[in-house]
Design a protein around this ligand. Structure first.
Ligand SMILES: Nc1ncnc2c1ncn2[C@@H]1O[C@H](COP(=O)(O)OP(=O)(O)OP(=O)(O)O)[C@@H](O)[C@H]1O
Ligand SMILES: [Mg+2]
Length: 381
């Protein structure tokens, strides 16, 4: 699978860009702050609605502008898919596949898979739970698009419930059946979100373990899902859980927390509060792993993600590597470049070509990105 071309209008520092990718191995070079990461983000967002840096869609629109458009064409096997996103907040974003408007995120996600790996991912373990949830939900949604719809539904109900909690002004005596209705809906939607997250992590771990033990010389990786609803569980033991069981726990938890939620005027339990921990040989990597050990885990996870996509769908994801080579030592660099099969279209950004070996550079198409008065522009180097 590959991206053939992209067109950007008022996307970050691009005013108007039209670019054709006629290669499998692409290197985007340019000085700092020219637009390299922005271009990767545009590709990732268009293909799979996953951002690289932005936490909110409006960060993607060029400063001083109201509307941004991203268009592009992708090929999988031999069929072409045209994708288009128009951002015009506060209106809902418009998503189109082959020029047909799609109302649900799940209908937009069209089996175009990207896996991105950036310097900020190297901080995935040290970062906050929100970053880990966002990586996880993005990865789950591209394989199981219904997950994205469930998350939007869950968040919508949660916002309505929170507004209601605020309107109670901390008055715990008011017993409103509306709260029970919302809690029931949250329990049903939320339990499916949790179950799919854990099942995905279990599948991912199978591949990540192999990758990880290979580079770390036999350290053992495990993943725990830290939930506010069920006990912290090792994802390999998910079989004892069913959606019904999680939903029951969820509802009970919400009952127990009712007073606290009214006093704090917010939803204090649910998948929006959950987190993941990565353990190496029974040790919590968040607290104790060295920088190198953390990098190995993240690298193993990213390579595992591409293998899982291949195993589940038969497609080779497009790999978007943002500046990571400079950050990895020789062993991990070689491992990354060797771990990527030839068949993947790979788009890498780098300030210069110093970190690439000659053989890699011989087969790669290089584009240079320069920011001028009008916005960022690209020249074929
Ligand atoms: N919404 C936006 N509108 C306009 N400019 C933006 C927007 N968001 C980011 N920028 C600017 O785009 C420029 C390029 O950012 P980008 O992260 O793509 O740089 P880069 O080429 O990857 O640099 P580095 O090598 O330092 O990683 C930055 O100067 C940033 O301030
Ligand atoms: Mg960058």
């Amino acid at each position: 699978m590959e991206i053939n071309n992209i067109k950007l209008t008022n996307f970050r520092n691009y005013t108007d860009l039209s670019l054709t990718f006629d290669a499998d191995k692409i290197l985007l070079t340019g000085k700092n702050a020219q637009g390299k990461t922005n271009l990767l983000e545009a590709i990732s967002y268009l293909a799979s609605l996953k951002t690289i840096k932005a936490k909110q869609d409006n960060e993607l629109i060029k400063w001083g502008e109201n509307i941004s458009k991203i268009q592009g064409s992708f090929t999988k096997h031999s069929s072409e898919t045209l994708l288009e996103i128009t951002l015009n907040p506060p209106k809902k974003k418009i998503l189109k596949v082959n020029e047909i408007k799609k109302n649900k995120t799940s209908e937009y996600l069209s089996n175009i898979y990207t896996v991105s790996f950036s310097t900020s991912d190297l901080l995935l373990l040290k970062g906050n739970p929100e970053d880990r949830r966002s990586w996880l939900d993005g990865a789950v949604s591209s394989l199981y698009p219904a997950h994205a719809d469930r998350i939007s539904k869950y968040n919508k109900i949660r916002v309505q419930k929170n507004n209601f909690l605020k309107s109670l002004n901390g008055n715990i005596k008011i017993n409103n059946p509306l709260l029970d209705v919302w809690n029931e809906q949250l329990a049903i939607t939320g339990s499916n979100i949790i179950l799919l997250r854990i099942n995905f992590l279990k599948e991912l771990l199978k591949y990540a373990k192999l990758k990880h033990s290979y580079i770390s010389l036999k350290e053992k990786l495990s993943i725990l899902y830290d939930s506010s609803i069920i006990d912290t569980i090792n994802v390999e033991n998910i079989d004892e859980y069913t959606s019904k069981k999680i939903a029951e726990n969820f509802y009970q938890k919400l009952e127990q927390k009712k007073t606290e939620e009214i006093i704090r005027a917010q939803s204090v339990v649910g998948p929006h509060r959950d987190d993941i921990s990565f353990y190496i040989d029974e040790i919590d990597s968040k607290k104790f792993a060295s920088q190198g050990q953390q990098r190995t885990i993240v690298l193993a996870l990213k390579l595992a993600e591409t293998e899982l996509i291949k195993a589940k769908t038969g497609y080779n994801a497009i790999l978007l590597l943002d500046d990571v080579l400079a950050e990895l030592d020789d062993i991990r660099q070689t491992y990354l470049l060797n771990g990527i099969e030839e068949k993947h279209q790979t788009i890498i950004t780098s300030v210069d070509t110093l970190h690439f070996d000659k053989r890699y550079l011989e087969n790669v198409k290089i584009y240079k990105i320069i920011q001028n008065e009008k916005g960022a522009d690209i020249i074929s180097a």
